[in-house]
Write a protein that binds this ligand. Structure first.
Ligand code: 1CP
Length: 344
């Protein structure tokens, strides 16, 4: 068996403590990342496999997390489908969003050569990473990816054009979801072939749909991707942010782990979700922006009872880290997880 507490936990072993990592752990709070960004653009860091490997492993060195997540973005899939994308100060922006043009959708075609630098990066990370560190691969769920492709940016957090398309043009919606799913399956399975230890599917905008519509329209596509990854032998974490009461519709056929967002309660999620599914989450990342160690530690202490009673739990934030989070709080959190007596 592996000596990685992350791999042992996600594969079902009872470990002495919960593993810890954070969504967006590389590209937001690390001083080492911010100084690299003075020299290189985000695109440079994503497209040069040596730089990608270096950035992926920075949080392992600087924070001591148990897992590294591949340094890339969910929007590599629309790019590989032929859409032009810019990463601006205000976030990702597509030159020509789809809106509701069906002719545009039929022109999209997957070009997998646009993803090959990512597989090279995985190969390098596998050689360079410490033995006790796991590597997590990822992609976006077809619905979250569609939101960006149709809307063109996240300037409006409600993605109104994407939601309108879904309600009024179901055939175009399905065609688009199908295209994204097919390419995502190939991409995800290739990541597994190159040696990732776990795979996370990001559904950041699950909360934009009524959950019954989410379950009917989107979940079948999610299952196709997660089943392909699991069939290839890799455990899957699914992060349906904002799904709320819809969590009870996520069964073991969807994922090995569910990542719980900060609006939900871990205890409630544990009561709701199939016991065979492990849980990840759900510390509120905004607490990392408060420069008061007493507040940090007292909020962390709330997880003690949960962690003593639940072995299939991975500590993480309830959404990604943000640039205003304080590095020393994030590092102190890793130390707290590692030094707490979990009495397991
Ligand atoms: O540590 C890491 O940063 C890991 C690599 C990573 C991951 C897992 C990045 C780098 N992006 C993602 C996933 C991602 N990208 C998601 C899903 C997870 C989440 O909700 O956080 C989403 C929605 C995106 C889209 C995206 N790309 C956004 C969010 C826009 C929004 O508000 O809707 C942003 C800001 C980007 C650009 C981006 N991606 C990653 C970084 C480090 C950056 C910023 C680039 C920079 O340095 O300027």
């Amino acid at each position: 068996m592996s000596n990685s507490v992350f791999i042992r936990t996600i594969r079902g072993e009872r470990c002495e403590r919960p593993p810890v990592w954070f969504m967006r752990q590389a590209g937001r709070v690390l001083p080492s990342y911010l100084s690299l960004r003075e020299k290189y653009s985000f695109r440079d860091l994503m497209h040069n496999p040596e730089l990608t490997a270096k950035v992926t492993l920075l949080p392992v060195q600087d924070l001591g997390v148990d897992a590294a997540i591949l340094f890339s973005d969910i929007l590599v899939i629309p790019e590989a489908l032929g859409m032009e994308l810019n990463f601006t100060d205000k976030g990702p922006v597509f030159d020509a969003p789809i809106k509701n043009q069906s002719a545009y959708i039929s022109r999209l075609q997957g070009d997998t050569s646009k993803l090959s630098h990512i597989y090279k990066a995985i190969d390098l990370i596998k050689v360079q990473k410490p033995e006790d560190c796991a590597l997590i691969g990822f992609c976006g769920s077809p619905f979250t990816t569609l939101c960006y492709m149709v809307q063109g940016s996240s300037a409006n957090h409600f993605f109104p054009d994407a939601i309108k398309l879904i309600y009024s043009h179901r055939q175009q919606t399905s065609h688009l979801l199908e295209l994204i799913t097919e390419l995502s399956i190939e991409y995800a399975v290739n990541q597994v072939k190159h040696g990732i230890d776990a795979f996370q599917l990001f559904e950041t905008h699950a909360g934009l749909l009524p959950y019954e519509l989410y379950v009917e329209l989107v979940l079948p596509y999610v299952k196709r991707i997660t089943s392909a990854v699991r069939d290839a032998g890799c455990p899957v974490i699914f992060f349906p942010k904002g799904l709320g009461a819809g969590l009870k519709q996520i069964h073991y056929d969807v994922a090995d782990y569910i990542s719980v967002d900060w609006q939900d309660s871990m205890e409630e999620a544990r009561r709701t979700v199939d016991p065979r599914i492990g849980l990840q989450g759900n510390f509120d990342p905004r607490i990392f922006s408060i420069d008061n160690p007493n507040i940090l530690i007292s909020e962390l202490e709330k997880y003690k009872a949960f962690g003593r009673n639940n072995f299939n739990w991975i500590f993480n934030t309830g959404h990604g880290l943000s640039p205003d989070n304080l590095f020393h709080n994030v590092r102190r959190t890793v130390d707290w997880i590692k030094t707490t007596d979990w009495q397991r």
